[in-house]
Each structure stands twice: as C-alpha cells, then as structure tokens.
Ligand binder design. Structure first.
Ligand SMILES: *[C@@H]1O[C@H](CO)[C@@H](O)[C@H](O)[C@H]1NC(C)=O
Ligand SMILES: *[C@@H]1O[C@H](CO)[C@@H](O)[C@H](O)[C@H]1NC(C)=O
Ligand SMILES: *[C@@H]1O[C@H](CO)[C@@H](O)[C@H](O)[C@H]1NC(C)=O
Ligand SMILES: [Zn+2]
Length: 972
C-alpha cells in the first residue's frame, strides 16, 4: 500500500477525511472526562499483573446504539462493562477488532442526543518490558546490587489505547482524574499534583474488581492509593504516569513560578543539577515569549532507564531517556550538555505548542514538532547565550532538510495519513527539521514582533482545543496585514502552502549580466538523482535575501520575493549593485531551504574572496555555499574542481559551522569511496585540508578543553580530531592509543580516566579498533560499571569500532537478545554504527539479512527503528549487485518491512544515488582529489607558521572513527 498521497498545491487538500474512514472513530460520542483507576503489582512473580477500571463521561451527539473507542493488549471484562445515564440503556455486546484496535460497545437502545452518559470499562492484563503503552523498565541499584523495576508510559502517538480504553485520537480532548494503587515501597507521579493518598486497603471501593472479576486477587502486601488532581482538557497521548522507587530534587523557587522537580534513579541524583536549573529558566522564558502562562501548577521531569524516544512532552510530567536529561560534570561531554539543554527546551516548548494547542490530526504533526524544534533554539539561546544555538540549530536543520528532501521519495511537511499504523513514520526529519526551518523562515520574513503577536493570538484562540495549519496561517496573515510587513499582496497561506503541501525544495539558477548589473533567476525542484526529471513542475514562493559584495555587510538589500509563478516558465530578473569584479550571494542568512547555482564567473569571484579573506562572506553564507557547491557537483550541475577549489579555503576556517558543513559534504564522498581502492587519495586530500587546524585546535594531546567553556572551539577540536585520526594525520592515532593505554593501566579506571572528556569518543574508538580483544573487554567492563548514561553510551558506541569479526557478530547478537548487555533502547544505534564501519558493514549486512525476523520482533513498539536500520544499510551500497540482492531479499521478507515502507523507499533511492555517482563521478573526483592534494596553492602560501605535513601516509589498515557529532537518532 502506498501511504502518501502527494498533494499538488492546486488540489484541495483534505487532510482528515470528512466522512469517518474505517480507521477513525465515528465521533458521535466524544468524551468529557475520564476517571481512571489502576492497581499495579510490580512483581515479576505475578508477571506484573495489573487491574484497571475507567469511567468515561461522554456526550451523545446523535441517537446511536454503538459506542466505539480504542483498546489494545489487555483483556476487557465483558461482563463488567456497563453504562449509566438517561433511560438506563444496557450493554448488549462488547467486541474488540484488532485491525484498528476498535472496541465496540453495543447497547440495547439508542442514546439520547444531547445527553451525557457514564461508560464503565474494567480491564486487566500484564505489563511487558516493551517501550510503549504502560511498560516495565528495569535497572540495577548500584549500592544494593538489586534489580529494580518501574512502570513508565509512552502514549504518543497511538499507544494510550494500550494503557486504558479511550478515544485515542488527538482531537478528543478531555479531563482526567487518575488513581494509582501500588505497593508502599514505590511512589507514583502523574500529569497533575497529588491530591490525596490513602493507605486504607480495607475500603471496598479500592477493589472494584472483586465484584466483577472472579480471577482478581487482592495483592497481599501493603498498598497505597494515590489520587491526582483533575487535569486540564488534553489529548490522550499526553497522559502519563510513572511508578518507581526514584528520588527527586526540587528546583530553586526563584527561577520560575512553577514547582519543578527532577526525578532519577537514586544513584543518578547527583546528575540532575543542570536540568533543575535549565528547566525552570526555559519555562519562565517561554511564558514571557509566548505571553501565555504555563497552565499547570507543577512540572516533573524524569529520566527513564529504558526509553524509546529521546523524550516525551507529557503535560506536567516529561519523560526522558537518561542521556537527554542527566548531566555529570566529570563524565559527560560538552556536547552532552548541549543536547540536554536542547531537549529540555524542546519538550517545554511543547507544553504550549502541542499540549495547549494540539494538531487536529497527525497530518499536521509538523505544527507540534517543527515549532518545538524551532522554539528550543530560541530558549537555549536565552539560557546559554554564548552557544549561538540559534545559528547552529538553524544550519543543522537546514542542511539535513536539503539532504533528505532532495529525494523523490521524501514527503510533504503536511502529510495525509490513511492508516494510523503509519503515523510513527512521519516522526522524521521532515516534520521536525523542515518544520522548524519553515517556522524560522516565517519569523524572518514577517519579523519577530509580527510573528510573536500572531502566535500569541493563535495560542489564546485555540487553547485546550485543536488546530490545523490553516488556522495558524490565518492569524499570521491578519497580524502581518496590520503591520504591513508582507511587501507583496499575498497571504501567509499562499506562501506557506507552497512549502508545506509540496514535497521538496527549489534550486535557483542565477545568471548574471555583468555589463548591466542585472541577473535572472529560474526555479525548479532539486533532486539528488541527477537524471530524474519529474513531469510535475512544482514551484515555490521564495524569499530572496541577496548580498552584493559592493554593499556593506550589515546593510544588505531588503528581502525580495520570487513568486511561485515567477522564474518558472519565464525568467525573473532584477538589478543589483555588484560590478563585474564583485560577487552576489543568495541566501547568505539561510532564510529558506533552497539551493542556488550561479554562472561560472560568480562562483569564481566567491571562491577568490573565500580564499583570500573568507570572513567577508557571512558565516551562514559560507555554510550555504559549501553545501550548495558539493550538492550541485554531486548532481553534475557544477564542476567538482569548482567545489573543491572553493572548499580549499577551509584550511583557514576557524568557525565550526562552515568547517563542519564542508566536512559533512566530504563525508558523503567518503561514504562511497571508503571501501574502494581510492580511499587513500581521499584521506590524503582531507589530511591536507584539516591537518593544520587539527594541530592548532590542540590535537589530542591536550586537556585544555576540559575547562573550556567555548562551545565553538570544543566542537572544532572534537570534529577535527575525529577526522584527523580517521584520515591518518600523523600522530593522531598514536596519541589516541597512548591515552587509551594510560587509561587501561590506570589503577582504578572507573575513577581515573586520563582522556579529555570531549575527546573520549574518538580516543575510545581508536583504542578499541587498534587494540586487542583485551581492549574491547576493558571497554565493556567500563560500560557495565558506568553510572552516567552518557558515559555508557560513548562506550557502547566505541565497542562497535572493533575489527574482530567474531566479536562484532556477538555484539550484534546481543542487540536482539532479551536481558543482554545492550538495552533495547540502544540496540538500534549499535546496529547502525556497526553497519557504518568498513569491516562491520559485511558482518552487519549478513546479520540483517539472516535475522530480520528476530530484529523485527525485538524492535516492536519502537517506531521507526527497522526503517532506520534499512536506511543506514542501503546508504552504504555503491554497486548494483548490492542493490539487486537487497531487492530480491526484500520480496521474501516483505512482512517485516511493512511498517517501514517509506524508509525503505527512501533507502533504495539513496542507494541508487550512490550507484549513479560512482558511475558518473568517481573517476573524475578521484583525479581531482589527487591533483588538489599535490598542488602547492592548496597550502595557502602566505601563512609561514603553517605546519608542514609529511605525506608519507601512515601505513596500516583503515580505522574507522565514527563521526563524533552524530545526528541525534532519537525523536523528542
Ligand atoms: C475488523 O476490521 C476490519 C477493518 O475494518 C475488517 O476488515 C474486518 O472484517 C474486521 N474483523 C472482524 C472479525 O470483524
Ligand atoms: C455533560 O458533562 C459536561 C462536563 O461535565 C457538562 O459541562 C455538561 O453540562 C453536561 N451536559 C449535560 C447535558 O448534562
Ligand atoms: C490583493 O489581492 C486580492 C486577492 O487576490 C485582490 O482582491 C486585491 O485587489 C489585491 N490588492 C492589491 C492592492 O493589489
Ligand atoms: Zn517533540
């Protein structure tokens, strides 16, 4: 089944079918209130049995004798289902159909329209160690060495139905009153503050099940019954509770009016300080930024030892995986800290965008995720002003959009969904990053004041309700008209529909007339596969920010627009201020996701400036240029000598963003060359490019950055050292091995680690890959003893660097073995990293092909993991035979890939892109790389202090050092 209906701009776009489709609830009995009661027996001996009962106050909109809601994975006590209300209807039948998890309650007479009823449903079952619904998570208490259990929930997108029978679609908002019964050794928290707690187990109404269920036995031990205050109206996917033996800290009162608590395992409480400050600071900032108060009296944030996503924004009780909430001064890196701040800010932004105002249907998920992603950068910028978070997130997000959205098989931001099982597939870069990029674009073309004013109106108007993207466009248009900010007679909807309902983004071709000081622009969709010519001719409203060399950097020309009907069939032209020896640069601030190609002379002028005085081009402009040059060369729209020539200036780049952009572009070339005889030439080229920067940034030998607070220089050092070791810059691996050996020799390695914090991933990887089995065992032992999740994570990933095939085979086996050293939440990342390593690729490919059934079962309930593995695998393909093998394997294993259709299509396209490149470009590029690495002028001659690198390329086998700044794998 093809699940995406590509929508063209012209077509009316009905995102949620008007007539109830068979997978949607009929909608004629919406809920007002849920009163939910649980008794949990958190005991492996009872198989974690639980009993629940829910009273749903619902409203009859029509005279129906059927109530349809969702339920999944527990038993509904048929004989206990009852309904109370006018004319006392009786339950005539209860039926559960698993196809869409629909629970149908048939009544003996029609409900009366306009009246309220209370539906009571008892249910019972056993909690599992999955990662969605209400599930069991485990950890070992380091002091007592005992295995502990806890219950956590993950209800987004459609797993609230696994927790209790409910109307599990985001538009059915209702209030909740929750009571949780549990053994007194545990404590329970939920969205709302505790209202009352009872230990009176004799009370008959604590045990309603005794009356209905003969199998029900009261747990023997002492129970506590916690009841929480009635919630605000909210969607089911935001409901949450945790029952654990965790402790908490309370944040300082002066940071926010909201009571903030951070929860974690007792052993990890010393890692909560950063979150306990950052959370309330970000929340207070959002209250001011949105100009809407946070509506709940408290906010709990909790680190769960097993967690599928990165974090989940449940209202008033945000759940995180440990690495995204906990930060340890002595064990976590600066990059870990950055990630923690980002994720906390993202989840808190959701408390407004997502929780207070929710998308009507999952098609508009991007409204939630795009906004939270964008808002996170705003809040982090406030909390950590020296990090330049707005700039770096914007560039990161944009670059990844430009990559994925260049695939024919990408999807529109606002995407029709015809089967709820496919919802998890759209929690992807397009919803998060393209969404965020487009929101940033609006703030830039509307102005901050207009944008914030409109957002405020939107939030107030739709509070406790649902909205669609058109509702947002309407508010933005109204305010922008008041302020007169849109220079052309156009609505925000007209502009934005071209970006959110169409797949992809444009490439502008700019041709200058050097005598006339004018230029012409055309637009078309940019695609990675060069020969692909689609029959459709999509076009966009493109905001044009143009910088002319002639103009002062700080007073660029005002924004212009390329209308959707311009530059398509006829060229759009305008005058500018640059003379024949001066360049023009488009998108110098990366205002919108598009690529730009120029005539050869303008490329040359830009390159000259970069190579002589690169800071005359703004940072974001350098990022855009590098990314465009390599992408265009990849698709044969630009000569590789132009791209490499331009990139050669990177030898002197001191800013992390452009350097990492250039390196990311080179990593794409590396990926297709790394298993070919040409890899040596590639390494030589990169050595020349970064060798000096690596030395200057401190190399591996220094511990300078341990106390450094400058994120840019930390990132420079982390990135260049990872590349330096991988590219065999002389001394790099030797230094890394020495450091690793010192650590192995250290008396108490769990306490004394001589390796600088931020360089640990690189050093560990070299240590494990060049070391013996002993080194691998040593790293594993450290991983097992580590108490800080970020430290464990670095070691888990380092273990994938080994070149011992049998160890890799064993490690892969662990990823699908229940109770093994690799937690389920980490298994996907381990498999992906092994696939990416040159030796591991062969082992992992066999593993994926042979064990797909076990992999599929191991990752059930974890969203897009199987799809992610497929993508990672096919991204490595460079030959037609690899792809052919996959295609025939896929036919036999279709059922395991049914939930990952979109990812698999994208993966196949990525493989085709690689194969195409190898055929068309490999020879020429390798020649160019060779030429450039011997050419003197690559070594910028006016810098006499430059270190001469010996070119006696280090012999020895290729060691794969993983890219340090991995794109976060986990959705938040
Ligand atoms: C369950 O629902 C599906 C989809 O509506 C339908 O095709 C199927 O026949 C139903 N099964 C039963 C047993 O009613
Ligand atoms: C139904 O219940 C809601 C929520 O308690 C209440 O606001 C409404 O007035 C009730 N309607 C009727 C007809 O009783
Ligand atoms: C602006 O556009 C609207 C609708 O397309 C049109 O009715 C109106 O006349 C236009 N106004 C101007 C000033 O062009
Ligand atoms: Zn999110």
């Amino acid at each position: 089944m093809h699940w995406l209906l590509y929508v063209s701009v012209a077509a009316a776009c009905v995102l949620r079918p008007a007539a109830p489709a068979e997978y949607l609830l009929p909608g004629d009995t919406p809920p007002h209130h849920y009163s939910l009661k649980y008794a949990f027996d958190i005991d492996p001996n009872t198989n974690f049995s639980f009993y629940g009962v829910v009273d749903i106050l619902l409203h009859a909109n029509s005279a129906t004798s059927k109530i349809v809601l969702h339920a999944k994975d527990y038993t509904v006590s048929d004989n206990g289902v009852s309904i109370a209300g006018p004319q006392t209807p009786k339950v005539a039948g209860v039926r559960l159909n698993d196809t869409y998890n629909l629970l149908t309650i048939s009544l003996d007479r029609d409900l009366q329209p306009g009246r309220n009823y209370t539906l009571t449903i008892p249910f019972y079952g056993n909690l599992k160690q999955g990662l969605d619904g209400a599930y069991i998570s485990t950890y070992v208490n380091k002091e007592t060495k005992t295995k502990e259990y806890l219950i956590a929930t993950q209800f987004e997108a459609i797993s609230a139905r696994k927790g209790f029978p409910c109307f599990d679609e985001p538009m059915y908002k209702a209030t909740f009153t929750i009571t949780i019964g549990h053994h007194k050794d545990f404590n329970a928290i939920s969205n709302m503050p505790l209202e009352s707690s009872s230990t009176n187990n004799a009370l008959e109404d604590h045990w309603p099940w005794t009356k209905i269920e003969s199998t029900f036995k009261k747990p023997q031990s002492d129970f506590v019954w916690d009841t929480y205050e009635k919630s605000v109206a909210m969607s089911t996917y935001l409901m949450a509770f945790v029952v654990s033996k965790f402790s908490h800290v309370t944040s300082p009162d002066d940071l926010s009016d909201t009571k903030f608590r951070i929860w974690a395992r007792n052993d990890a409480m010393d890692q909560t300080a950063y979150a306990s400050i950052t959370g309330p600071k970000a929340l207070a900032y959002f209250e001011q930024w949105f100009n809407v108060s946070y509506p709940l009296p408290k906010q709990d944030m909790i680190a769960i030892p097993d967690f599928a996503a990165g974090a989940m924004e449940n209202w008033g009780l945000i759940t995180y995986r440990e690495t995204e909430l906990l930060y340890d001064e002595k064990q976590s890196s600066f990059l870990n800290k950055e990630r923690v701040a980002e994720v906390i800010a993202h989840e808190l932004a959701h408390q407004w965008f997502g929780n207070l105002v929710t998308m009507k249907w999952w098609s508009d998920l991007w409204l939630n995720e795009g906004f939270a992603t964008f808002a996170a950068s705003v809040a982090v910028n406030h909390v950590e002003p020296t990090w330049n978070a707005d700039r770096s997130y914007a560039a990161d997000n944009m670059l990844s959009v430009l990559n994925l959205d260049a695939l024919e098989s990408s999807h529109p931001v606002s995407v029709p969904i015809d089967d709820p099982k496919r919802i998890s597939e759209i929690f992807d870069e397009i919803s998060y990053r393209k969404g965020s990029t487009l929101i940033r674009m609006m703030t830039m073309f509307l102005g901050d004041e207009v944008f914030r004013k409109a957002i405020n109106k939107y939030l107030r108007k739709y509070s406790y309700h649902n909205a669609e993207q058109d509702d947002l466009w309407r508010e933005l248009t109204a305010v922008s008209q008041d302020y007169g900010t849109l220079t052309r007679n156009v609505t925000v909807k007209q502009i934005m529909d071209t970006w959110t309902t169409q797949t992809g983004y444009p490439i502008l071709t700019v041709i200058r007339d050097y005598g006339e000081k004018s230029l012409t622009i055309t637009q078309r969709r940019y695609l990675s596969l060069s020969e692909k010519k689609s029959s459709a001719h999509p076009s966009w409203w493109v905001p044009l920010s143009v910088l002319c060399e002639a103009e002062a950097r700080d007073s660029p020309a005002p924004l212009q627009w390329l209308a959707a009907d311009e530059g398509l069939t006829q060229q759009h032209s305008f005058q500018h201020g640059s003379g024949p020896e001066q360049w023009v640069l488009f998108n110098y601030d990366m205002i919108a996701p598009y690529r730009v190609n120029y005539d050869q002379r303008n490329w040359q002028l830009l390159t000259n400036t970069l190579r002589s005085e690169h800071t005359r081009v703004p940072v974001m402009g350098r990022v855009q240029l590098l990314s465009d040059a390599f992408a265009l060369a990849w698709t044969n729209n630009l000569d590789y000598s132009t791209a490499l020539n331009l990139a050669s200036y990177l030898q002197r780049e001191k800013d992390y963003l452009p350097l990492s952009t250039g390196l990311k572009a080179l990593a794409k070339i590396e990926n297709v060359l790394k298993r070919t005889p040409d890899y040596g030439a590639f390494q030589k080229f990169v050595r020349k490019l970064i060798g000096e920067t690596y030395e200057k940034s401190g190399g591996l030998a220094t511990r300078r950055i341990m106390n450094g607070q400058d994120l840019n220089s930390v990132k420079m050092q982390v990135t260049t050292s990872a590349w330096a070791c991988r590219m065999k810059v002389p001394g790099c691996e030797e230094n890394a091995m020495q450091l690793f050996q010192q650590w192995m020799d250290s008396e108490n390695p769990d306490e004394n680690n001589p390796i600088p914090l931020d360089l640990r991933r690189t050093v560990y990887c070299v240590g494990v890959s060049r070391g013996s089995v002993l080194a691998w065992r040593f790293a594993l032992a450290r991983e097992q003893r580590a108490n800080v999740a970020a430290a464990r994570d670095a070691l888990l990933q380092a273990l994938t660097c080994t070149r011992e095939v049998w160890i890799l085979a064993q490690y892969l086996e662990w990823t699908i073995t229940e109770g093994s050293e690799v937690r389920r939440q980490d298994a996907g990342a381990v498999i992906a990293n092994i696939i990416r390593s040159p030796v591991g690729y062969y082992v992992a490919k066999d593993f994926v092909y042979d064990r797909i059934e076990d992999i599929y079962n191991a990752f059930k309930g974890q969203g897009r993991r199987v799809g992610h593995i497929m993508k990672t695998l096919l991204e490595q393909f460079t030959t037609q035979s690899e792809l052919d093998n996959f295609l025939s394997w896929r036919e036999q294993n279709a059922k395991y890939l049914a939930d990952s259709k979109l990812s698999v299509e994208q993966a196949i396209e990525k493989a085709r892109v690689n194969i195409d490149w190898i055929t068309k470009n490999r020879r020429a590029v390798v020649d160019k790389l060779r030429e450039f690495s011997t050419e003197e002028d690559l070594e910028l001659s006016h810098d006499p202090s430059r270190l001469r690198l010996t070119h006696s390329a280090a012999a020895g086998l290729t060691v794969h050092v993983l890219c340090i700044v991995l794109t976060p794998l986990y959705i938040v």
